[in-house]
Design a protein around this ligand. Structure first.
Ligand code: ZN
Length: 399
């Protein structure tokens, strides 16, 4: 089975290359903002706006006279940026259609998510990557193992470091071993995940400590004089800490999702109304901190890789309030009550384990009704294609 994967390497550019990378990111940002401004204007005048192809044609015509500095970088940078803009519009309208509350595409700011994308001819050397127009750039990690044909590359700057993410088509070998376990996974704030086979996973402790440091740093950053070099320095410090926190978090989630997708046959998680929960300002920080969405996104594509099946229980499924033994629903269960007590059959058990067991049962019912064979022939649906194998920072290329 073929899947699309992305491999990410950190670059070690020299000073000339660093400048050129920054120029590429600058041109990509300029093209994106130029395109967005034009589309907004066009829409206000005519009620319609042009697409990426039309805009690219126009930008090419203007390039010679108005923006000659664009010739210093690869033509892919502005072209792909305009395509990204197209995608941003499509996402906006799709969400609007689905009745969600979308954010309108925003102008990009210098220094925030600096990135650009390239297509064309790439070449891999054991410790270098050759990118179109940018030439051979050293990588920090050895690339000798890389053996796939590169479709496109995305380059981004995080905390003053440059990374390249190479997207490739990979053949995934169907796993041979037969896994039979069906489990439910309850996600929580205190315990990150509680699995119905009685295993519990806690999110790494350093996060809490680093979050304190993060708050302190961002406070000190906001007190620095605008445009001063001290402010710039502290901004880099802050970005580095953000990067470190996200690495710890992603490392934990990657390891956990790989372990689950590799060892279980059917996994069941409940769909959470995260947006609704974020409205509660006492919970908002903790919820955004635990990265539930990322957890499910990774499970989706890793289940596809390892031949498992992911079942999502609907938002309304009463996983916490239902007794996992007799099915009695206890509507009066408070968030502070850590043990579940059934009024009907008098069962007493840990609240999260109870929820996980309910999800396990939901998975069993779904599996038997949709005819998924528990020996491996799972029918995959709704799989996500955007994924990164060795990376700890997927999906962030365009914000
Ligand atoms: Zn009961």
């Amino acid at each position: 089975m073929k899947v699309q994967k992305a491999y990410r390497y950190e670059l070690k550019p020299n000073n000339v290359q660093k400048t050129l990378l920054a120029k590429h990111a600058g041109v990509a940002r300029f093209a994106y903002n130029w395109g967005l401004a034009r589309r907004r204007e066009e829409y206000q005048c005519t009620g319609k706006s042009s697409n990426a192809i039309e805009q690219h044609r126009l930008l090419n015509a203007l390039k010679k006279t108005e923006f000659p500095w664009m010739y210093e970088v690869s033509k892919c940078a502005p072209q792909e940026a305009l395509r990204d803009l197209d995608r941003a519009y499509q996402n906006f309208f799709r969400k609007l259609k689905n009745g969600e509350k979308p954010g309108f595409p925003k102008f990009k700011k210098k220094g925030i998510h600096d990135s650009f994308r390239l297509t064309g001819l790439f070449k891999i050397y054991p410790s270098h990557i050759q990118l179109p127009r940018l030439g051979k750039i050293k990588t920090k990690e050895n690339t000798a193992k890389f053996k796939w044909k590169i479709l496109s590359a995305a380059v981004c700057r995080i905390a003053d470091r440059w990374f390249v993410s190479l997207s490739v088509d990979c053949e995934v070998v169907e796993p041979k071993e037969i896994k039979k376990e069906v489990v439910g996974i309850d996600r929580g704030l205190e315990k990150f995940a509680c699995v119905s086979d009685d295993s519990t996973f806690y999110a790494p402790k350093p996060l809490k400590k680093l979050l304190k440091k993060l708050q302190r740093l961002s406070r000190s950053q906001s007190r620095k004089v605008k445009r001063s070099s001290n402010r710039r320095k502290s901004a880099i410090k802050l970005a580095k800490l953000h990067y470190r926190i996200s690495n710890i978090r992603k490392d934990f989630i990657h390891k956990l999702t790989t372990q689950l997708a590799k060892t279980k046959q059917v996994l069941c998680v409940e769909s959470l109304n995260t947006k609704g929960m974020m409205q509660n300002r006492h919970l908002a920080r903790s919820i955004s901190d635990v990265a539930w969405g990322e957890f499910v996104r990774q499970l989706e594509y890793k289940c596809l890789w390892y031949g498992s099946h992911l079942v999502k229980a609907p938002v309304k499924f009463p996983s916490t309030k239902m007794c996992s033994r007799c099915g009695h629903i206890n509507p009066a269960l408070l968030l502070s009550q850590r043990t579940f007590q059934c009024e009907d059959c008098l069962m007493e058990c840990d609240r999260d384990i109870n929820a996980a067991k309910n999800l396990e049962r939901y998975a069993l019912i779904t599996v038997s009704s949709t005819g998924i064979d528990a020996c491996g022939e799972a029918v995959q649906q709704g799989s996500s294609v955007k994924q990164e194998e060795n990376a700890v920072y997927p999906g962030g290329i365009n914000g």
